[in-house]
Design a protein around this ligand. Structure first.
Ligand code: PBG
Length: 326
């Protein structure tokens, strides 16, 4: 055996201290954006069956939750509204008194040091559950842009810190940017769900946000999960139209997309570890088949390692608690 020549990688894995020193990727509480679901009423905290530890909350409960989130050091939340009444055009989303507008101003009043992001989409607000204006079986692109702009503007007027269009209509970043700019919101950033795939991983979210389409699916506007070059074209276009942060969604099964987007554009890049990714871990852990915390940490580390600068995740509070303990 005297002739063997090889490198001994194990030298740098000998003990926890040296392993720690060699670690390339570190999660921080500051990486996380926490998604929250807000509903009308008072003192309401409805559990979501398919998403353990996630709730629909009325505004009073939401504000208390936001204080906890802030105290944990999590910098931002993203809000999804469930309106009392849904209609064809999702009126509640663009109304001054809409659930999301009231939630935004309540949080900004009571927890001003928490960054509030508004999800801009119509599916939670429309009677048909689609992300835009429907004509026959079609989700109309250009007609929808007008409404998305109104939703973004209503959120801006309520005091939101950032808007995040998740609808995947073409041209929505341009439309929203123009509307915000002409209404004195030039400094309000847009985080665009740029490469958002038509994914079965959104299943549990649709229970949480009550936004499942009543017919058809979202394949005419969300991306085909088989495509990767197309994601770069989507992201490039959103940057051109004025997106300040670009997002890839889902995250765990799309690490290659996160990697390519970050490498190609060097933009602030967000990744959304979506409801299905969360629920799979919860379910397996409940069965005792996987170690909950270890899987949580491993998946989030992988998403960051792939290139995400920020991660939207239902694990944010859980993860922050662990990180704060050191
Ligand atoms: C649309 C929207 C969806 C999600 C975020 N924004 C659902 C969809 O596109 O059908 C999914 C998030 C998740 O699954 O956690 N408003």
């Amino acid at each position: 055996m005297s002739q063997l020549e090889f490198k001994r990688f194990r030298r740098l894995r000998n003990n926890p201290i040296i392993r720690d020193m060699m670690r390339e990727t570190h999660l921080s509480v500051k990486d996380f954006i926490y998604p929250l679901f807000v509903i009308n009423g008072e003192k309401i905290k409805n559990p979501i069956k398919s998403m353990p530890d996630v709730y629909q909350m009325s505004i009073d409960v939401l504000v208390e939750e936001c204080k906890q989130v802030r105290d944990l050091g999590i910098p931002a939340v993203i809000l999804f509204g469930i309106p009392e009444k849904k209609d064809e055009i999702g009126s509640d989303a663009q109304s001054e008194n809409g659930i999301i507008q009231r939630a935004i101003s309540a949080i900004k009043q009571n927890v001003p040091d928490l960054l509030v992001i508004g999800d801009v989409c119509m599916c939670e607000y429309t009677s048909h559950g689609h992300c835009g204006i429907v004509c026959g079986n079609e989700v109309m692109n250009d007609d929808t842009l007008i409404h998305l702009s109104k939703i973004a503007l209503a959120q801006a007027k309520a005091g939101v810190d950032m808007v995040a269009p998740s609808d995947m209509m073409d041209g929505r970043v341009a439309a929203i940017r123009q509307t915000l700019d002409t209404h004195k919101f030039k400094n309000l950033p847009i985080m665009s769900y740029s490469a958002k795939y038509a994914s079965a991983f959104y299943g549990p979210f649709r229970e949480a946000a009550e936004g499942a389409p009543k017919f058809g699916d979202r394949k005419s506007h969300q991306m085909d999960y088989a495509n990767s070059d197309e994601a770069l074209r989507e992201v490039e276009e959103d940057i051109f139209e004025g997106a300040d942060i670009v997002m890839v969604k889902p995250a765990g099964a799309y690490l290659d997309i996160i990697y390519r987007v970050k490498n190609e554009f060097g933009m602030p890049t967000a990744a959304y570890q979506v409801s299905g990714e969360y629920s799979m871990i919860k379910a397996a852990a409940e069965k005792g088949w996987l170690d909950h915390d270890k899987i949580m940490i491993e998946t989030l580390t992988a998403i960051k390692r792939a290139g995400a600068d920020m991660i939207l995740t239902y694990f944010a509070k859980n993860m922050a608690t662990i990180l704060n303990k050191g």
